[in-house]
Ligand binder design. Structure first.
Ligand SMILES: *Cc1c(COP(=O)(O)O)cnc(C)c1O
Length: 470
């Protein structure tokens, strides 16, 4: 493809992109293709001769688009959002055009220095103390892995990196029963072992019970285990429960345990002064992660990871073969030493574009609006006698179920599961579920970039109608 041909196709593609944004609501939110349907339609072997981009686009529309679930539809209420926004998409275009691989300062000084400054901006926006240093990771899962590995090296005096996992004794990690599954995955990968992840009981609001945490740690010391790391969550994936950071932090501090905070989705709400309470106890925090790629209108992937002591993080990950030695080492940030991957995309540019395009005031306004939609929705659910709210509504998630009078508890799970499938099969909205206290729970997340109160109200009318028709 010549630059001129590229120019032509790119212009056409931009038209397609803007058209998609305008018409995204016309598609069924959740793709309804059957397993294998797309796979079958793609040739067994690659073409030998060059094909026109136009024929690729034709197949893209016909074969690929039906198999897309539309995360950017304002009727997407499932999981947690993976938001984009026009300024983020524009920045992605520049990033892929430059194609810079930003592993060291020297491999693109602007990428390293913009990343350093963006992390300072974000740190200030969410109210973390100035001593935190930040780095962009691909996902919260990886950032939490970095935290657990750093905690492991700190407590073992950097013995595990050198001598292997057996050299550290039995390390223990603590989280709540509502903690995201990535923590268990990370504990497994770290060599600490799944059996040494203690899932502490939660209180009535699904937040970690600090008394139970204290008991578990005390019992572990007595058994000769070595408490290493606590993962506290701000905004659990099930119901956005907020673990009590101050009480947990005091326990960590008393026991010399690393405190990692997973605020993957809810971290964005910290830009609002009225949600700064979630970060009370910040003085105890050793590391913190949140994903601008969830709620903050920045394309996946972009996960902001902050550490109190970047020195220990770097000491955990640093490795310096001859071919990576540079003259600027020690003067600048070489972010390859701040996590698992060597190669890195120029992700800071999309944060720069998003934050400058919206400004912090507009970001706050949008986040507040999303939270107000969830509040309103929870009022609507509460007024109906045959529905019930199943968890406190704190941020942008409403947990509820259909509960018609006289239906026994054991049938309610089946009915609500059926309701969930009927709603998603309608193509009009997309919701996902969790289980809280053994109850099948529908989760409605009002955090998509373009969601409005009208979308949520229409969805609610549909939910009532379909539920009552079962
Ligand atoms: C989404 C989520 C994660 C995982 O995020 P990735 O960036 O996809 O790894 C971890 N923790 C919580 C609380 C989440 O909501």
């Amino acid at each position: 493809m010549t630059p001129d041909e590229f120019r032509k196709h790119a212009h056409e593609l931009v038209e397609w992109m803007a058209g998609y944004m305008e018409s995204v609501e016309k598609y069924p939110v959740k793709s309804d293709v059957k397993p294998g349907e797309i796979f079958k339609r793609i040739p067994e072997a690659p073409p030998v001769l060059p094909e026109a981009f136009s024929s690729l686009m034709k197949d893209f529309e016909e074969i690929i688009m039906p198999g897309i679930t539309h995360w950017q539809s304002p009727n997407f209420f499932a999981y947690f959002p993976a938001n984009t926004s026009p300024p983020s998409i524009l920045a992605e275009m520049i990033i892929s055009t430059l194609g810079a691989q930003c592993m060291n300062w020297e491999t693109s000084p602007a990428a390293a220095e913009l990343e350093e400054k963006m992390m300072i901006w974000l740190r200030g926006m969410i109210g973390l103390p100035d001593y935190f240093e930040g780095v962009i990771q691909d996902t919260a899962s990886t950032a939490t892995l970095a935290a657990i590995l750093t905690a492991r090296e700190k407590i073992s005096g950097f013995a595990v990196n050198n001598d292997g996992a057996a050299s550290a004794g039995v390390l223990r990690v603590y989280c709540s029963q509502q903690t995201h599954s990535s923590v268990e995955k990370d504990v497994r990968i770290s060599g600490i072992g799944r059996k040494n992840l203690i899932k502490v009981a939660v209180r009535e609001d699904f937040s970690m019970d600090p008394l139970r945490l204290d008991e578990a740690i005390t019992a572990d010391w007595k058994k000769g285990f070595i408490p290493c790391c606590v993962v506290a969550t701000l905004g659990t994936t099930g119901s956005t429960a907020v673990d009590p950071l101050k009480a947990i932090g005091e326990i960590c501090s008393r026991n010399g345990i690393w405190l990692h905070v997973d605020a993957a989705m809810a971290g964005t709400a910290l830009i609002l002064p009225e949600f700064q309470w979630m970060l009370e106890g910040r003085e105890y925090v050793d590391s913190f992660v949140f994903n601008p790629h969830k709620w903050m209108f920045t394309n996946f992937d972009c996960s902001a990871y902050f550490v109190r002591d970047a020195g220990i993080l770097i000491k955990t990950f640093e490795i310096l073969p001859e071919y990576l030695k540079t003259r600027t080492r020690g003067i600048v940030n070489d972010y390859r030493d701040w996590g698992v991957p060597l190669g890195r995309r120029f992700r800071a540019l999309k944060l720069w574009s998003v934050i400058r395009s919206y400004g912090t005031d507009e970001l706050k306004r949008k986040i507040r609006y999303h939270i107000s939609i969830a509040k309103r929705l929870s009022e609507l659910v509460s007024t109906e006698k045959d529905f019930e709210i199943l968890a406190p509504v704190i941020l942008n998630v409403v947990c509820f179920r259909y509960h018609p009078e006289g239906v026994p508890e054991d049938e309610l799970n089946t009915i609500n599961e059926k309701l969930n499938h009927l709603l998603n099969d309608s193509g009009k909205i997309y919701l996902t579920h969790t289980v809280l206290n053994h109850r099948y729970t529908l989760r409605m997340v009002t955090g998509q970039t373009n969601v409005t109160l009208e979308h949520a109200e229409k969805a609610w009318d549909l939910i009532k109608k379909i539920a009552r028709g079962i």
